[in-house]
Write a protein that binds this ligand. Structure first.
Ligand SMILES: Nc1ncnc2c1ncn2[C@@H]1O[C@H](COP(=O)(O)OP(=O)(O)OP(=O)(O)O)[C@@H](O)[C@H]1O
Ligand SMILES: [Mg+2]
Length: 314
């Protein structure tokens, strides 16, 4: 199978490619522009993968170079009485389908604001954000720091809630909610009320609810900051499994540089307010991630680099 891309896709680290596919090499060579004569001649990357469709979704999409989220010249200014607060200075970024993007930066630099703008919960002051999610009614699921579940509804009713609001029939909604309960490991707790769950379990329910109507994008704003370290590590691993099984594009805001490095395929580092994008780092750590990742010297190097970035030393 020959796949042609008009743009220069990221060079895929070998470590992203499962061992059985590593011999199927990517070749980078100039080729004829087959896209159209109106376009300038460009160097086209040809990736030969006889079994492209058998690769994990994230790898396929990275190879295809599909932009899902385009952020162009976005600024955000808040009016507070006579004061104007510039939360975001111009930000430009493109995010491919299937990426797991960690976002870090000092408190008040506009991380939550950026997620809210992407979700359409607030309007940009300047610039534009485009989501390539044609035909999808609700392209974004949002997971907040607090699970914000409806306290009088059971786990399954909370997860089914967005589907009920969208008019999905009860039987279909229950089936979908049950699938998600299994995905997030809450089997056996379907009828429990939020107050009967631990903090970690409430966040699992919140993730399931955010995925209920199958949005291609999952935005997460410090989703695990309120749980203890051990639970947080378990939730991190579960989230990676969910990401790999569903192929969602995930943007996760965190204050933990370790979490950012462990989870992300990319890390966006923001500057102090007004938030700008300081840099985007591609994380070249093998998948699946696990305990061995935390022993990898490259992981430690990245954590150190991110820590220095956060302290403004680079
Ligand atoms: N609705 C609002 N009205 C006025 N100012 C706001 C509003 N929302 C955010 N801001 C301001 O925008 C800036 C960025 O806020 P934001 O919550 O996005 O930061 P953050 O990076 O998420 O911080 P933290 O890490 O503490 O959560 C802050 O100075 C904040 O005071
Ligand atoms: Mg925030």
């Amino acid at each position: 199978m020959i796949f042609q891309s008009r743009r220069q896709p990221e060079r895929l680290p070998q470590s992203y490619i499962p061992t059985q596919f590593r011999s199927l090499r990517q070749s980078r060579q100039p080729a004829t522009n087959l896209v159209g004569s109106q376009l300038p001649m460009v160097k086209v990357d040809i990736v030969i993968f006889s079994q492209l469709s058998s690769l994990p979704t994230m790898i396929q999409n990275t190879l295809r170079g599909l932009d899902l989220i385009t952020i162009r010249g976005v600024t955000k200014t808040f009016e507070m009485g006579k004061e104007r607060v510039t939360a975001l200075a111009p930000i430009d970024q493109q995010i491919n389908k299937g990426q797991f993007v960690s976002i870090i930066g000092p408190s008040g630099c506009g991380k939550s604001t950026l997620l809210r703008l992407i979700a359409g919960l607030d309007d940009v002051t300047e610039g534009e954000i485009k989501l390539d999610t044609k035909g999808v009614k609700r392209p974004v699921g949002f997971v907040f720091q607090d699970a914000v579940l409806l306290p009088w509804k059971s786990v399954i009713d909370n997860i089914r809630f967005p589907l009920d609001c969208a008019g999905v029939k009860r039987a279909a909604g229950d089936k979908r909610a049950q699938e998600l309960i299994e995905l997030v490991g809450l089997k056996g707790f379907e009828t429990a009320l939020p107050k009967q769950l631990s903090g970690g379990m409430r966040q699992r329910a919140a993730i399931a609810r955010a995925l209920a109507d199958d949005p291609p994008i999952l935005l997460m704003d410090e989703p695990f900051s309120a749980v203890d370290l051990l639970t947080r590590e378990t939730l991190n691993d579960e989230l990676l499994q969910i990401w790999q099984r569903t192929g969602k594009t995930i943007l996760l805001v965190t204050h933990s540089v370790e979490e950012a490095a462990y989870l992300g395929t990319q890390v966006m580092v923001m500057t102090p307010r007004p938030g700008r994008l300081k840099k985007t780092i591609s994380v070249d750590l093998p998948h699946p991630r696990g305990e061995q990742t935390k022993l990898d010297p490259n992981y430690h190097k990245l954590v150190m680099e991110l820590r220095q970035d956060m302290r403004g030393k680079t």
